[in-house]
Design a protein. Structure first.
Length: 158
């Protein structure tokens, strides 16, 4: 079969040989780009996304385990601690980086989180409500990579 292809190729005119060679090179490039490079890059991107989700899930699990093993209940901690301490400690356990703003009234805290995933953030705010903190204002703005920026003000209800 290879001998038949060689004899067919030799039977072409020089111009036809160049065109067939160019078509072969273009076909090889298309196979290389769409058959090898693009799937490899997609697999790398999917692996990065899966890794990020696993890291977030691990942080939530570790925070939940730490809360479950603590000696005091969350309501007792909230009752005897300052709101700044409760929110800051809870945010650190949940994996959020808080930027607190000054000038808030006693029993209130205003903060900003630059990057957070919405489900994790809403779960954290729900757990704070269980500790006697109420959300006065909440502003969510979408970022790239599926994260949100949060500006919030909380106050103690109990």
């Amino acid at each position: 079969m290879i001998d038949a292809l060689k004899s067919w190729y030799r039977g072409l005119s020089p111009r036809e040989q160049r065109l067939v060679g160019l078509a072969g090179i273009l076909a090889a490039l298309v196979i290389l780009v769409f058959g090898i490079i693009m799937p490899a890059l997609s697999a790398i991107d999917e692996a990065r996304t899966a890794h990020d989700e696993a890291v977030e899930r691990r942080g939530r699990i570790e925070a939940l385990a730490a809360r479950a093993t603590s000696t005091k209940s969350s309501n007792a901690i909230a009752a005897e601690a300052d709101i700044d301490l409760v929110v800051t400690q809870s945010a650190a356990e949940s994996g959020f980086d808080l930027l607190k703003s000054d000038g808030t009234a006693p029993g209130q805290i205003s903060f900003r989180i630059d990057q957070a995933r919405a489900p994790a953030l809403l779960g954290w705010l729900s757990s704070l409500e269980g500790q006697g903190l109420q959300t006065d204002s909440l502003t969510l703005r979408g970022n790239s990579a599926g994260t949100i920026t949060v500006d919030a003000r909380l106050r103690r209800t109990r």
